[in-house]
Design a protein around this ligand. Structure first.
Ligand code: NAP
Length: 311
């Protein structure tokens, strides 16, 4: 592709789409490249209740993101579905390469987000899609009236556990400490939910089963005691959902951009260590990773691109 865009935005989550909206409104020629579905983590989140003004009955992550996509496109942001495999970011024209295409721009906004951390137990990879999942919105319906376990104690684990109670007959949260990390308001709802039980001070050591997940060993981290949990014989299986945090999608930028624990370092105006290269959203070193902060990052990054190009 010979066209040199003003800006290429890598990633179509809330940060990338907000950047696309602001860049488009500023009449910058804009291309958003996304390898999968729009939305990033929001695409797999059932309930968003803390995005300001977002009180629409029945609103889910996917419906919110669909409107963000439409809005960015309305202002002229172009779209490509592609997987970028290498980048050249230090010249005046930045080059992003996939297996078949080369994309060029005067500026780049990296909004590649983060992906769920594996639980880290024995046999985990073997049972992904066969009982082990990282997406309640995607897989909850498979566990209608079955028993499920949720690993983690943060906002994601507790919120997704509550969502799972709409399907599963019982949801047990397995947490490695005796106190949740989730916000107090979220905890209160979970403690009041009769379908939710807790297994404190515990981690999953291994998962097992014939074809589908039907057995796991849980270790009490204080006593070292191992407990084997088996599926009810009438069920023959149960589910384990992992929500123990995220890993940043920054491999492409290793050795190119300054990273801290895998997250891209920027200043408060989203500038990375390279001129014309900005980062926005969960991929950035920051204190609060939320839709609202991702969208704000995207807006700031796009306005900084405009300034960079004009200068
Ligand atoms: P998080 O806040 O980092 O929580 C991760 C949880 O997993 C913690 O409870 C942690 O235990 C546990 N954990 C981490 N590594 C583990 C391991 N190896 N084995 C077992 N347990 C492990 O992650 P998150 O809940 O995904 O949230 C990420 C960010 O998104 C946060 O800033 C959160 O506030 C935000 N978020 C907000 C909302 C909302 O406001 N509606 C919803 C979802 C996410 P410890 O507590 O012992 O460290």
């Amino acid at each position: 592709m010979d066209k040199v865009y003003d800006v290429i935005i890598l990633g179509a989550g809330p940060a990338g789409l907000a950047a696309g909206l602001y860049a488009g409104r500023s009449r910058l020629s804009t291309l958003i490249i996304e390898k999968g579905k729009d939305g990033g983590q929001i695409a797999i989140t059932d309930e968003i209740e803390n995005y300001p003004g977002q009180m629409v009955e029945g609103e889910s992550g996917p419906s919110l993101i669909a409107r963000m996509t439409e809005q960015a496109q309305k202002f002229g942001a172009e779209r490509a579905t592609d997987t970028i495999t290498s980048v050249e970011l230090d010249g005046e024209v930045k080059v992003l390469k996939s297996a078949k295409n080369e994309y060029r721009a005067k500026a780049v906004i990296v909004a590649t987000g983060a992906f769920p951390k594996p639980i880290g137990c024995e046999n985990e990879a073997k049972f992904i899609g066969k009982g082990v999942s990282f997406c309640a919105t995607c897989d909850a319906a498979f566990f209608e009236d079955f028993e499920v376990f949720v690993v983690g104690g943060g906002d994601s684990a507790v919120e997704e556990a509550m969502y799972l109670t709409k399907f599963a007959r019982k949801v047990t949260i397995i947490h490695r400490r005796d106190e949740l990390r989730a916000a107090k308001s979220i905890q209160e709802k979970a403690f009041a939910n009769p379908k939710i039980a807790f297994l404190w001070d515990s981690v999953v050591q291994s998962v097992d089963g014939d074809e589908l997940l039907s057995k796991m060993v849980v270790k009490n981290v204080k006593t070292g005691e191992l407990t084997t949990i088996e599926a009810d014989p009438d069920d023959g299986l149960f589910g384990v959902f992992g929500f123990i945090g995220y890993n940043p999608n920054s491999k492409l930028f290793d050795g190119i951009l300054t990273l801290e624990n895998g997250y891209i370092k920027t200043d408060e105006n989203m500038h990375t260590n390279l001129p014309g290269v900005f980062a926005a959203g969960d991929i950035r070193v920051k204190s609060l990773r939320q839709v609202v902060t991702a969208a704000a990052d995207g807006a700031i990054a796009a306005m900084q691109v405009e300034k960079f190009i004009n200068e």
